[in-house]
Design a binder for this molecule. Structure first.
Ligand SMILES: Nc1ncnc2c1ncn2[C@@H]1O[C@H](COP(=O)(O)OP(=O)(O)OP(=O)(O)O)[C@@H](O)[C@H]1O
Length: 321
C-alpha cells in the first residue's frame, strides 16, 4: 500500500547555521499510530513543522496523501491536522464556535453534523456552548484536537499530546487516540513518555541529533533489542558473585540479596538450565525467582546513549587527525 506520508532526504539548517535535520527518510503507513521519540532538541518538532508547512525544508521532498507539500501545499495541508505543543485557544469563544471557525479557515463548507460527531467522540458535546476559558486543561487539549480535525483530515499530528497531563487523563487521551485511529485517521505523535509509545504505537521512530536512527515495528523492536532478566532471591545475602560463577552474566544487587541473570530474548538457548545446574553445584539456594523484560525506555536510553558515544568517538577521532 502507498504510504500516506513519504519523506525523502529531508534536511533542515536554520538561518543561524544550526542543522536540525540530516537526510531523513521516513514513510508513514495509512492507518497506523507512529510514535516519534527523541531527547530534547533532537528535531521532532522541526520534522513535524516541515510536514505541516510551518517551517521550510533546506532540502529533500515530502508527500502527504499523494500531494507534494511544497508544490501542492493547499491540497497537502487539507489532509493534515496538527495539535501543537502549546495550548493556544481563544478563551472567550465557545467550543462550538471555535471548532467551526477552524474548519472555515480551511475553506470547507460548514458541516454541523460532522462537528457534532467529532465533539461527541471527544466527549466535548456537553461542553459545546461553554467558553474555552471555563474548561479544564484536559478539555482544552481535546478542543485543540477537535480544531485540528475540524476540516476532516486523514492525518493527525500530535506534538507531545500528554505533556504535563496527569496519569489518569493520560490514559483517557490514549483511549481517545485509539478511537480516532479506528475512525480511520493516521496518527503521528511525538512524546517524551516512552510508556506512551509502548502503550499506543504500532511503529516507533527514534530521532537523535537530527538523524532518524531507527524505525521499527514496536513489538519487533522490543523483541530484537530487549533483554530478559531473571532474578533469584537468596535466603542469605552473598558478599559477592561467587568466583565459580564469574564467567556467567550475573550481577548481585547492592544488598547482596538477589542474583540477577541477563539473557537475550531471541536466543534459542537462554542458558537458564546451565545456570541452575551451576548454582546447585555451588550450593547456592534461592527462595524465589522471577523474570522481567526490558522496557522500551531501557531500549531507547541504550540506543540514544550508543549513538551519542559513537558520535563522540568520531569527534575525538576527527580532532586527533
Ligand atoms: N527557529 C529556529 N532557529 C534556530 N534553531 C532552531 C529553531 N527551531 C529549533 N531550533 C533548534 O533545532 C533543534 C531541534 O529542535 P526541535 O524543536 O525540532 O527539537 P525537539 O526534538 O522537538 O525537542 P523537544 O523535545 O525539546 O521539543 C534544537 O537544537 C533547536 O534549538
Amino acid at each position: 500500500m502507498e504510504p500516506i506520508i513519504s519523506v525523502k532526504g529531508l534536511g533542515k539548517t536554520y538561518a543561524g547555521g544550526f542543522t536540525a535535520l540530516k537526510n531523513v527518510d521516513l514513510e508513514i503507513r495509512r492507518g497506523e499510530i507512529f510514535a516519534l521519540l527523541g531527547p530534547n532538541g533532537a528535531g521532532k518538532t522541526t520534522l513535524i513543522s516541515i510536514v505541516c508547512g510551518i517551517v521550510n525544508p533546506s532540502g529533500g521532498s515530502i508527500h502527504a496523501a499523494g500531494h507534494d507539500i511544497l508544490r501542492d501545499f493547499r491540497q497537502a495541508r487539507s489532509e493534515i491536522g496538527l495539535v501543537p505543543q502549546e495550548l493556544a485557544t481563544d478563551s472567550f469563544e465557545s467550543v462550538w464556535a471555535t471548532v467551526n471557525f477552524s474548519r472555515g479557515l480551511f475553506g470547507k463548507a460548514p458541516n454541523p453534523a460532522y462537528i457534532e460527531k467529532l465533539l461527541r467522540q471527544l466527549s466535548l458535546w456537553e461542553k459545546k456552548d461553554s467558553k474555552i476559558m471555563a474548561l479544564s486543561g484536559g478539555m482544552k487539549r481535546r478542543v485543540m484536537i477537535a480544531k485540528a480535525l475540524s476540516h476532516e483530515p486523514s492525518i493527525l499530528f500530535l506534538d507531545e499530546p500528554t505533556a504535563g497531563v496527569d496519569v489518569e487523563l493520560r490514559q483517557d487521551m490514549w483511549e481517545m487516540v485509539r478511537g480516532l485511529r479506528e475512525s480511520g485517521v493516521t496518527i503521528i505523535l511525538t512524546t517524551h513518555y516512552i510508556e506512551e509509545a509502548e502503550e499506543m504505537a504500532d511503529r516507533v521512530g527514534v530521532i537523535n541529533r537530527g538523524e532518524l536512527v531507527l524505525v521499527e515495528d514496536k513489538n519487533t523492536l522490543m523483541q530484537k533489542m530487549g533483554e530478559k532478566e531473571l532474578s533469584l532471591h537468596l535466603p542469605e545475602p552473598l558478599p559477592g558473585v561467587p568466583e565459580t560463577l564469574a564467567d556467567l552474566p550475573l550481577t548481585l544487587s547492592d544488598d547482596g540479596s538477589q542474583l540477577v541473570y541477563r539473557f537475550d530474548i531471541k536466543s534459542s538457548d537462554t542458558g537458564i538450565a546451565e545456570l541452575l545446574r551451576r548454582l546447585n553445584e555451588a550450593s547456592i539456594d534461592f527462595r524465589d525467582l522471577h523474570t522481567r523484560e526490558s522496557s522500551l525506555e531501557e531500549i531507547f536510553v541504550g540506543l540514544v546513549r550508543g549513538a551519542r558515544s559513537e558520535s563522540e568517538e568520531q569527534l575525538t577521532k576527527e580532532a586527533q587527525e
